[in-house]
Design a protein around this ligand. Structure first.
Ligand code: GDP
Ligand code: MN
Length: 376
């Protein structure tokens, strides 16, 4: 789950990390409400910031420094930044920046433990910076030692007040753990002209599997933009992601689906979709095949079933019914293994006049070949 800046900042604030005073407004607020909200800034300099779950807003026009928030908000409301429409805008007191630091905690993919990352060279050009990130492993279950953090940050070139930045790092870790975060980033963490430390931006990603424990947060998660087909699939409770390739994939379970996608890539093809169906293949085969086939890029289809509790013959029966209803004009390649495979294979032979493959690899190779040469 991804979150926009203001959600991340609220989390930071709850953990006593300073953020600028701000007001969140909706793009569709009536002018009178907006004017009333903006009047609290009394003509002082503000930062007007589009709340979209993407970085790089500074460079894309999603962050405007102004003393006229009304015009900036009106201009930004409803505009698009990349793939996102701006429907919420954060207006906050402008800060007089002396230094922009980068401070983040992320789960390390290889150890699954949290890593603290710091650069004295933060801000919108962090990626172009030559200064290497300083990385320090932290451990869940023990609070980081502020004096040790202070030493590490000093060594990394952190400007004064280093102890306060270290304090923010310790609180950031508490917030990270509290939210079951995968990433909690402040860029920039500003040191102001007066030597105060303030978080000017916040980025939060929370482990999807923590949605149940993080109900309040989950309600504020950003909804990823979906294609028309993805929305249609979601209506049927199918998890479908549209991809660029030409080989359609219908497999049972997320793991087998990803294996199939990897094998397609391995044999020089490109998958056209991710689609997760479970033992529901029988009842959901028609909508599932409909979304897979409605993608005009699909030129061949792999059906890869591995039966256990979900029986192959039941799943295959659903697919065959759907195939007869939709009568798609593309070749289909079956790999069917596990519970009920003999019955399922016999059904494919009888009903579709096709021969299932003994090996998954062969079915996938054939599907890649049928989709054509020009897909890599
Ligand atoms: P991002 O580009 O999406 O990461 O958006 P940020 O919130 O990080 O803002 C981009 C840049 O705008 C920051 O790096 C700052 O340089 C600048 N900025 C943001 N808020 C303020 C502010 O309150 N005062 C000043 N002077 N600059 C700001
Ligand atoms: Mn930023």
């Amino acid at each position: 789950m991804d979150f926009t800046e203001h959600v991340a900042k609220r989390l930071l604030s709850r953990h006593d990390i300073p953020t600028p005073p701000s007001i969140l407004v909706g793009a569709n607020w009536p002018t009178t409400d907006l004017a009333r909200a903006m009047s609290t800034f009394e003509g002082r300099p503000v930062a007007v910031k589009a709340q979209v779950p993407a970085g790089g807003r500074g460079k894309a026009g999603g962050v405007v420094l102004t003393s006229d928030p009304m015009s900036a908000v009106n201009q930004m409301a409803g505009s698009t930044l990349g793939v996102h429409t701006v429907d919420q805008i954060l207006v906050e007191h402008q800060v007089d920046i002396a230094h922009e630091l980068y401070l983040a905690i992320a789960v390390d993919g290889s150890t699954s433990g949290p890593l603290l990352m710091f650069s004295p060279d933060g801000g919108v050009d962090i990626e172009a910076s030559d200064t290497p990130l300083t990385i320090m492993a932290l451990s869940i279950g023990s609070e980081p030692d502020v004096s040790e953090l202070t030493a590490v940050l000093s060594e990394a070139g952190c400007p004064e007040p280093v102890t306060e930045v270290a304090q923010v790092a310790a609180r950031l870790f508490a917030a990270f753990v509290d939210a079951d975060a995968e990433l909690l980033e402040i860029n920039p963490l500003a040191v102001t002209g007066r030597g105060a430390v303030v978080a000017l931006d916040g980025k939060l990603t929370v482990d999807d599997s923590a949605a149940g424990r993080q109900e309040a947060l989950a309600r504020n998660a950003s909804v990823p933009p979906t294609t028309g087909l993805e929305a249609k699939a979601a209506e049927h409770g199918l998890r479908f992601i549209e991809l660029d390739g030409a080989v359609g994939v219908l497999a049972n379970g997320a793991g087998l689906t990803m294996t199939t996608m990897d094998a397609i890539t391995h044999y020089g093809g490109r998958p056209a979709n991710f689609l997760e169906i479970g033992g529901d293949a029988y009842t959901l085969a028609v909508p599932a095949l409909e979304v897979v086939l409605a993608n005009p890029k699909v030129r061949s289809l792999v059906v890869n079933f591995c039966g256990a509790f979900a029986r192959c013959d039941v799943m295959t029966g659903g697919v065959i019914e759907a195939w007869k209803t939709l009568q798609p004009d593309i070749p289909v390649f079956f790999s069917i293994h596990g519970t009920g495979m003999d019955e399922a294979r016999e059904m494919v032979r009888r009903e579709l006049d096709a021969e299932p493959f003994d090996y998954m690899d062969d079915a996938i190779k054939a599907a890649v070949a049928a989709a054509g040469e020009d897909q890599a």
